[in-house]
Write a protein of this length. Structure first.
Length: 354
């Protein structure tokens, strides 16, 4: 989601007060990643107090997802907490909290997608600026990759929704992080994204910040084990701020067009964020989006819907947590899709990809 939405999340919070083998060869198919975003660790102002201003998911929340038939979850967390000073050591207490989530995920048979949820910034400094060079992103990922290189149930998502970095510059910045991850000996799957929030609807458009579809082809991974992380919402401006879904058909068209782009360039995609309110017309398209992804396993390695996590207020429009009456319509739609024939396929991606 965009920065305004992230700030809204923080305000809402305060108001509320199959595994991936690390040794898998680069030319092999991946385990299909299907699940939700499990929010909490990205909440609040930084640094904040754990379990007061922000929280990592409890064991029950993670095991619930496995019980619903999911294979993964996306775990947003903050750069400033895991590394209090750019270029410095990782915070031991914060790392232990992240470790616990990963260990619990492994015990539940789930893949944890580690999402550095910072929008291309650190403490107000933009990546690629003189005060925060690309090497800073490379440093934090080198440290994380070194720590987690032997964990077989993690995926590294390099950055959530950068929004005002030129696409060509952003490709180079991600390549710095990728190089550091691989030099650290980590072979896990990587998720890279585009600028302009990584929207599927604008992927091949010429924007003031460049053209993702052109410039993100420059991503370089010596293992060639990566996918592009797209986000796609259904409201009029595709921002994920409103409950209406007037742009639903445009969103589905965007998924289809990105699928064509992925196939044309022999690349893989992942839909890291998408959501719907409980309006029936929105839920219908929400489910249709997952169906289109699952029907194209060569192009799409999976999806994670927004947004789960027990700290969301009960009236949050995209809340995926159950109520006293049971699962919400959006989660029911996901569960129905997980039980379809196309979702029973357990491997995604293609063999022999470039």
């Amino acid at each position: 989601m965009n920065v305004s939405t992230r700030r809204r999340r923080a305000g809402l919070l305060l108001a509320a007060a199959g595994l991936l083998g690390a040794a898998m060869p680069a030319t092999g198919a991946e385990t299909c990643l299907r699940g939700v975003n499990l929010s909490g660790a990205e909440f609040g102002t930084v640094p904040g107090r754990p379990n007061t201003d922000y929280t990592y998911p409890a064991e029950a929340a993670i095991r619930r997802l496995a019980g619903l038939g999911m294979t993964s979850f996306r775990l947003p967390f903050r750069w400033e907490r895991i590394q209090p000073k750019p270029g410095g050591e990782l915070d031991a207490a914060e790392l232990a909290r992240l470790d616990q989530s990963i260990d619990t995920a492994k015990g539940a048979g789930l893949v944890a997608i580690l999402d550095l949820h910072n929008f291309g910034y650190y403490a107000g400094k933009r990546l690629g600026s003189p005060t925060l060079p690309a090497s800073a992103l490379g440093d934090v990922w080198r440290r994380l990759a070194t720590h987690y290189r032997d964990r077989t149930n993690v995926v590294f998502s390099i950055m959530n929704e950068p929004y005002d970095i030129h696409s060509a510059e952003w490709a180079k910045t991600q390549n710095v992080a990728i190089a550091e991850i691989r030099k650290a000996g980590a072979r896990q799957m990587l998720l890279v994204t585009g600028t302009a929030y990584g929207g599927a609807h604008s992927w091949t458009a010429d924007l003031p910040v460049g053209n993702n579809g052109r410039d993100l082809l420059a991503i370089e991974d010596p293992l060639k084990r990566f996918a592009y992380d797209f986000h796609q919402y259904l409201d009029a401006d595709y921002s994920g701020r409103q409950s209406e879904c007037s742009a639903a058909q445009g969103a589905l068209k965007a998924i289809d067009e990105v699928s064509i782009w992925l196939k044309a360039h022999s690349r893989q995609g992942f839909l890291g964020e998408f959501a719907a309110s409980d309006r029936p017309e929105c839920v219908k398209v929400f489910k249709e989006m997952t169906a289109r992804l699952d029907a194209r396993p060569e192009q799409w390695v999976g999806w994670t819907a927004w947004g789960a996590g027990p700290w969301w207020p009960p009236d949050y429009v995209f809340n995926l947590e159950p109520t006293g009456a049971g699962e919400r319509p959006q989660m029911k739609a996901l569960i129905e899709q997980l039980n379809t024939r196309s979702a029973k396929n357990t491997t995604c991606g293609r063999t022999g990809r470039p």
